[in-house]
Design a binder for this molecule. Structure first.
Ligand code: GDG
Length: 745
């Protein structure tokens, strides 16, 4: 085949080898989520997948399978032992999971790891077209990004790390800690599951390699004396939610769930655990808690059963052999102590099941136990939630699993705290259907709104910001198309400000970088937008500021970059500032006003706080009335009441209205004054400002001919350029970063 525009490199190919009853050999697509996630991109981009076919010492030629070009990499039995079972699964895996098991550092394993990584890099270099995008997956291949860049500097390279990245104190144990960091930094974008993992990685890079890091950007020196930028950021992975929903709605799967309950003697409550048999999953901790609840007679086998599916995993690695022995001993003991002729305490299954059976189990289970001691994400938690189309069931979720960052309504536990875990298990058993419904609905919303396709799209969009020619992930209508007049104007305007000596990038936050949310504190910048912001912030002479109507306090909390020293923040429409290196600037408070503010705020809450969907937001210099989720009638009532109160008691306050919010403030600054103050402070020779709302027009109207104003979305505007959406703005900012960084045209 021709060289591919898009190449995935993973330890395993997305297929398993099969032999049917007549001895005929073939391939079957493996069921993993990664395969599903990447399928649409593979099809669209005519992609290739480089990986091991799963059998040692077998040499295979590249072949086509269901529309994907597969490029097998050969591993000898010795490679499997040293590179895969050894360095990957007995050094990196335990080290990166906070040394739950002791990592073993063996030089022959490392040598094999380097050798095999090089083989993968060479195969990928060979499969990729000129300027192609290559996406490397996971901890077995941490050296591939650097090796690949050395072989093929023309490629755009991404890497995603599926497991945790440990704190520096642990990471620094690794005898090859430098080489691994350098290996990963060969990628343009290094993706992690959690914000904390990306933070640990950036810290390791600073401490070990002494490279500069700024927001999510890392400056990487190259051998020829030049520097490049890499991005290290969280892109939490997800599942193919719709396929779980589809299965859960199938009558035969629901019938199977009933059968499962029946075959367990129709207990009042079923607990379920589904894990690869791995020491990171906390299976022993959950067995201990459950055994003690039976021992203490708080639970009885007449009423409850625990089903534990422990699918076979890494069966030749010593730590796994020992773990299996321990777990099976514990299960035997608990069952021996508590089983009756009719009921069993634990139904233990050391087997792998088809997906249908898994979903039937999810539907049968009242309480799902995810007690991982450390887990990158834990997809099982998300699969359980997606499968509960009936909005029932309780998820108990370890705070040490990445999924805990997203599934806020699960019952969170610390698996090391056995007493706490027992209490939570009792709480789950007793939880009312109404509470189950509330919690499950919120968790489902998150999983359904962010499925694995969104994950891969967001990652590839961030990667595309490094690739001026890439159109892979963009819908045709949203590409910046220079032939189109409006886009040509945007392109020219960006090129003009890109050439400024010192360019201040000032951006509104809500509606401009982050989608508007019903609950304002949940707003977060789109990953593609924060990637573009990080790319700009990493450039010299390009100070970046967020200019928002939010209080500085709230802005710092929601704006991901705000903790980083480099982004200026202007809160309350420019009445308060936070400056990198200096912190919060003192604001003079107008003598009588704070007292009046508190009084009016309390009065307003008393008057309208009970109206459904109306929310009175305390602001530094006044208050806001949010009506986004209120009925039109209640919204009007609330606004009228606030107008009356302010007119009577504080006629000198400034009133501003925005998208479903009215704000009242005793400070009169607008975003125009914020821009003026920032412009002076940073010594900007030009300003780019982008915003979406009425209050942003103050700033847009104050810009001069050397500046550039961009309006996001519809509405009357003083801006010279308009973009249709947050995504489009993010792309424009990404393009600006490349123009200004002097990257490939
Ligand atoms: C790594 C990271 C991260 C398990 N037994 C059976 C079966 N499974 C499926 C589950 C789930 C998958 O395997 C396991 O995924 P997890 O996320 O739970 O855990 P790891 O295998 O450790 O995965 C992890 C993940 O990568 C993705 O980035 O979330 O943190 O450690 O999909 O359902 N599936 C079937 N039968 C089984 O018996 N069909």
């Amino acid at each position: 085949m021709d060289k591919a525009e898009f190449v995935v490199v993973a330890n395993r190919l997305p297929v398993d080898h099969t032999t049917d009853a007549d001895g005929v050999e073939g391939w079957r697509r493996s069921p993993g989520g990664l395969v599903t996630a990447l399928e649409p991109v593979m099809q669209k981009a005519d992609g290739a997948w480089v990986g091991w076919a799963g059998q040692p010492d077998v040499q295979l030629e590249p072949f086509e399978f269901e529309g994907t070009h597969l490029v097998p990499v050969t591993l000898t039995a010795e490679d499997v032992e040293l590179y895969y079972e050894g360095f990957s699964n007995d050094t990196i895996w335990p080290l990166y999971h906070d040394v739950i098991a002791e990592p073993r550092y063996r030089r022959v394993w490392w040598d094999a790891y380097v050798r095999v990584n090089r083989r993968f890099a060479e195969a990928a270099a060979d499969a990729a077209a000129d300027g192609a995008t290559v996406w490397v997956q996971d901890y077995q291949l941490q050296l591939v990004p650097r090796m690949l860049r050395d072989l093929r500097p023309d490629l755009v390279i991404g890497y995603f790390h599926h497991i945790p990245f440990p704190a520096y104190g642990l990471y620094s144990q690794l005898p090859w800690r430098r080489q691994v960091l350098e290996g990963l930094l060969g990628a343009d974008v290094v993706g992690f599951q959690r914000v904390a993992d990306a933070g640990n990685f950036a810290r390791a890079v600073r401490r070990q390699l002494r490279y500069d890091t700024k927001a999510s950007g890392i400056t990487v020196p190259e051998a020829d004396g030049t520097t490049r930028r890499s991005l290290a950021k969280a892109f939490p992975i997800s599942i193919d939610a719709s396929s779980y929903i589809e299965l859960a709605r199938r009558p035969d799967v629901q019938e199977r769930a009933r059968q499962i309950r029946e075959s367990l003697g129709n207990p009042k409550r079923i607990f379920l655990g589904v894990d690869r048999l791995d020491y990171t999953k906390g299976i022993r901790h959950r067995l201990k808690a459950y055994g003690e609840l039976l021992q203490d007679e708080r639970l009885s086998v007449d009423d409850v059963t625990l089903v534990q599916v422990a699918s076979p995993s890494r069966e030749r690695v010593a730590a796994y052999i020992q773990l299996r022995d321990e777990i099976e001993l514990t299960v035997g003991r608990i069952n021996g102590d508590h089983d009756t002729m009719g009921h069993t305490a634990i139904r233990y299954l050391h087997q792998a099941y088809p997906r249908e059976e898994m979903v039937a189990l999810f539907l049968a289970a009242d309480v799902m136990l995810v007690t991982a001691l450390r887990d990158g994400m834990n997809l099982v938690a998300k699969e359980y939630v997606a499968s509960r189309v009936d909005n029932r069931g309780v998820l108990i979720l370890s705070e040490f699993a990445g999924a805990a960052d997203e599934l806020g309504t699960a019952l969170r536990i610390n698996p090391h705290d056995i007493e706490g875990l027992k209490e939570t298990m009792m709480r789950a058993v007793e939880m009312s259907p109404a509470e189950q419904g509330r919690r499950m609905r919120a968790a489902r919303r998150r999983v359904l709104e962010h499925s694995v396709e969104d994950w891969s799209r967001e990652f590839l969009e961030a990667l595309a910001a490094f690739h001026p020619r890439s159109t892979m992930t963009q819908a045709p209508e949203s590409r910046i198309d220079e032939a189109n007049t409006a886009d040509a104007a945007l392109h020219d305007a960006l090129a003009r400000v890109a050439a400024s000596d010192r360019l201040l990038i000032a951006l509104d936050f809500d509606g401009t970088l982050a989608p508007l949310e019903d609950e304002p504190m949940k707003a977060r910048a789109l990953p593609v937008a924060s990637a573009a912001v990080a790319a700009l912030a990493a450039l010299p002479d390009t100070p970046v500021a967020f200019v928002s109507g939010r209080s500085l306090h709230d802005l710092r909390e929601i704006a991901e970059h705000a903790d980083d020293a480099q982004i200026f923040l202007a809160g309350s429409h420019g009445a308060e500032f936070w400056v990198p290196g200096e912190g919060t600037l003192d604001t003079e408070e107008d003598a009588g006003s704070p007292a009046l503010r508190d009084e009016l705020r309390n009065e307003m809450t008393a008057q309208v706080g009970d109206l459904e969907g109306v929310w009175v937001e305390p602001k530094t210099f006044g208050f806001g009335i949010h009506t986004r989720v209120a009925s039109a009638e209640d919204a009007q009532t609330a606004r009228d009441a606030a107008d009356r109160l302010v007119a009577e008691r504080a006629p000198h306050w400034r009133r501003r209205s925005g998208h479903n919010i009215v704000e009242y403030s005793f400070r009169h600054e607008g975003k125009d004054s914020a821009i003026a103050a920032l412009r002076e402070r940073v010594g900007a020779t030009a300003v780019l400002f982008a915003g979406d709302d009425v209050t942003d027009e103050d700033a847009l109207g104050s810009l001069g001919p050397q500046d550039l104003g961009i309006r996001v979305g519809a509405g009357e505007t003083a801006a010279s350029v308009r973009v249709g959406s947050i995504q489009e703005l993010a792309r424009a900012l990404g393009l600006l970063a490349r123009m200004r960084g002097g990257q490939r045209p």
